[in-house]
Unconditional design. Structure first.
Length: 471
């Protein structure tokens, strides 16, 4: 047996270097004994002289490296051996990962998924409490118990998110401390090391109670999304049994009184209020992913509203809608159709960026119908404030946010759809779709997009003429 050892169990780079070394020495998976610095080691393994192996170049797809980077953080001691076996097999079968029935591939995907889920949970459920630091300044402290070894991998997220605050996250394996400029790692902590309550907690409790919508309460689902073991660390958890018990009564009361089941809070009376509301919104899982909500922008009253799908990577970073590649295409096409973007209110059906992490990249994910429907309340509020006469819906998500159903864009584009509030919805394709096309299809779809925008410009011209006649 050949021993392969990581000094730290979550050190992906160390695993990669060890794995590369073993493959280059021709060490078969069954001859490698992995240990990860936690004391769990194969009893039969021992340092033994390296056998002469077949030196070769080591190959691995990016997709594998991505999955492996997550899976390494799993607490399963067998993960390192599994990763090595897959890497070994990839040398002869570079497309192994496409075999969805392969047992190793299934196991790898399961590990990676569990770790990613844990990462997401930590981002969503860490709750900071304010304490006074030794120097009299404020520090936010949270206690969290991750299932897998995700603490270090998640640290950058919290640094980006709360860069200007001082905070500490205490966990049973280690603690992370940010002083506004540098990140420090400290020893394992105990739950009692984190403060139990303070004034901020009261705010949380009130907020949580206000967003706890009984109509959407499915007990099984809630437990899945917020496993019981996280509850003990959430200040609002103490309210959960209570809230579940009273949910049915509250729901019945809401139906009896005809209350809008989504309208749990009064609709904001200004766009500034919408911006504040969406920043706090946790109605759906996208709102819990730690990204910044992106507000619509444009005149407070606008004849034209443009509704896209959701902010993308650039939009989330710049905190403005349609500033990335799709936005640039849209701006060009609007300009060519003679429509001035600066006079339109540009927004999205979904206000948070839904993505899947792939290494350093964030890959766009399409929001589900349910997520679009939950965000619709905000879009409706924007519409009620901006009062557009014409609304351009870009793609199926934008259209669903407006119509409450998912239309076939191919069939319904270029037709005026009359809305109950007197406005007109005009559908076209999403610019991101155009960006993905090539060759003839690209030209054809660009031309159709231009035609749709020309049709929109004609409607806008009619409105302007009507307004001129009235005045
Ligand atoms: N795509 C969208 O739908 N909206 C944006 O804001 C950017 C890209």
């Amino acid at each position: 047996m050949i021993a392969a050892e990581l000094a730290e169990p979550d050190d992906f780079e160390a695993w990669r270097d060890e794995a590369r070394r073993l493959i280059m020495q021709g060490v078969a998976p069954e001859d490698a004994a992995w240990s990860d610095g936690t004391g769990a080691m194969d009893l039969f393994a021992g340092p033994s002289p390296v056998q002469s192996g077949s030196w070769r170049e080591v190959r691995a797809s990016l997709a594998f490296m991505d999955l492996a980077r997550s899976a390494v953080l799993h607490v399963d001691p067998a993960r390192l051996g599994l990763l090595y076996r897959i890497l070994w097999r990839l040398q002869d079968r570079p497309r192994l990962l496409d075999d969805a029935a392969d047992r190793d591939v299934v196991a790898l995907e399961r590990l990676a998924k569990q770790v990613r889920r844990d990462i997401h949970k930590m981002r969503a459920f860490v709750r900071f409490r304010a304490v006074t630091d030794e120097d009299g300044g404020e520090r936010y402290v949270a206690w969290f118990e991750p299932e897998h070894r995700i603490e270090r991998a998640n640290a950058a997220f919290f640094v980006n998110r709360f860069a200007s605050q001082r905070w500490s996250i205490l966990t049973p394996r280690l603690s992370l401390h940010w002083d506004g400029a540098a990140l420090f790692e400290g020893p394992a902590a105990a739950r009692g090391d984190a403060p139990a309550e303070d004034a901020i907690e009261d705010l949380w409790l009130g907020y949580y109670r206000s967003i706890f919508n009984p109509a959407r309460l499915k007990v099984g689902m809630m437990v899945k999304e917020m496993p019981r073991r996280y509850w003990k660390n959430l200040p609002e958890a103490s309210q959960i049994p209570d809230l579940i018990a009273s949910a049915h009564k509250r729901e019945t009361a809401m139906i009896d009184t005809g209350t809008d089941l989504f309208a749990q809070e009064p609709a904001p009376l200004s766009l500034g209020g919408v911006a504040e509301g969406i920043a706090r919104c946790r109605r759906c899982p996208i709102g819990c992913n730690g990204t910044r909500a992106v507000m619509g922008e444009g005149p407070e009253l606008a004849e034209l509203m443009i509704v896209g799908e959701q902010p993308g990577d650039s939009e989330e970073r710049e905190h403005r809608p349609f500033v990335g590649p799709a936005g640039q295409l849209l701006d060009r096409a609007l300009g060519e159709a003679g429509i001035d973007r600066s006079r339109a209110f540009v927004t999205n059906a979904v206000k948070h960026f839904k993505f899947a992490p792939r290494g350093k990249r964030r890959l766009h994910q399409t929001p589900t119908a349910n997520e679009i429907d939950m965000c619709r309340w905000w879009l409706d509020t924007e519409r009620a404030l901006v009062k557009p006469k014409v609304i351009l819906a870009l793609g199926a998500t934008g259209a669903r946010g407006l119509l409450g159903r998912t239309p076939a864009i191919g069939r319904e584009r270029g037709q005026a759809i009359a809305m109950a509030d007197g406005s007109t919805v005009w559908l076209t394709a999403h610019p991101s779709y155009l960006l993905r096309l090539e060759g003839d299809a690209r030209e054809r779809e660009h031309a159709r997009f231009a035609e749709d925008l020309a049709g929109l410009a004609r409607i806008l011209a009619t409105i302007t003429i009507e307004a001129t006649h009235r005045s």
